[in-house]
Write a protein that binds this ligand. Sequence first.
Ligand code: MLT
Length: 407
Amino acid sequence: MIRINDNYLKLQASYLFSDIAKRVAGFEEANPDAGVIKLGIGDVTRALPESCITALHKGVEEMAADSTFRGYGPEQGYDFLREAVAVNDYQSAGAEVQADEVFISDGSKCDCGNMQELFAVNAKIAVPDPVYPVYVDTNVMAGRTAAWSEGRYGGLVYLESTADNHYVPALPSEPVDLIYLCFPNNPTGATVTKDELKQWVDYARENDALILYDAAYVAYIRDESIPKSIYEIDGAREVAIEFRSYSKTAGFTGTRCAYTVVPKECRAFDAEGNRQDVHPLWNRRHTTKFNGVSYPVQRAAEAVYTEQGKAEVKELTDYYLNNAALIRERISALGYDLAGGKNSPYIWVRTGTDSWEFFDLLLNKASVVTTPGSGFGACGQGYIRISAFNSYENVEEALDRISAALG
Ligand code: MLT
């Protein structure tokens, strides 16, 4: 008899963003003229930078001639992109990362979700609360948790991120093995200081733990004092894996390209407590289960690092940050406490009421989609997340409608 993986039965309903999409589709069907404005899922709306489009076209043209055609590429990514990442995203920022430590992939969601496979099923997992649901759900699927009870999965250590700690959680009070961190944070928009990040690196070193550091929103950092990479912290190479993506950086949500850095020194331990390098294990996994990102898309990602590409990425992210500033200003003016929206495209708003109720209120009265904070964890109850990813005009219109609905 073919048995299913019982762990899947522990999962709560559907994936958060699928759940929201279904509700919104139902609303749109019932109200076809409502003109719904989506500030929910962090999906970009502006076109790819021109430099990326030019490189993409050129890559496609190369595929059109036998002499320049490419079949399977290296699973880890083409050297031209791995080299560009190492030099531009790390070495030029004073962080030591080599090209062969960069693994190109089709998304950070997949990488964050897949990375847990490398670690023991009884590894103790710590996740922030609120949290990007992928970190939690993939560990549930892998069998690292007990059942769902009172808004949380048994067996996970939840690191509470609240207004009291400025959404930067304290170190765990019990031993943990694998720690997920995300800065600038999804969903709260919070950032971390170098000193705070150093505490986490020191913790991992002292406790033989490992940090999975999600830096998908790094392109929104404007404050020079905020660390962009965990590898800016001494000692991090041994204890941290970093995820980055072109999705929010250069509008690649539909184009798909990201990367994960696994330093050669990064270590975990076998059952006897012997040190094992993580790099060859991730390489093994990646080469076995993944066949690389398409050549034209990798060329498009490479173009992000040209002078023109850098300027275009800055312009693109500035545009969304400008939306974020407007959201902050207008929602604050309505009397709501909020966080994020500076160095981040997400604004985390305290609603004072149940998150889903507030979500429904904004959907039904303003035809604006947000994300209910409780979907990100128990500490998100009483919050909603507003995303700055839309046109300025739509954001303005959404804020007018929200003001009217809440006023
Ligand atoms: C979000 O809205 O949290 C993100 O868009 C989800 C993702 O990047 O997968």
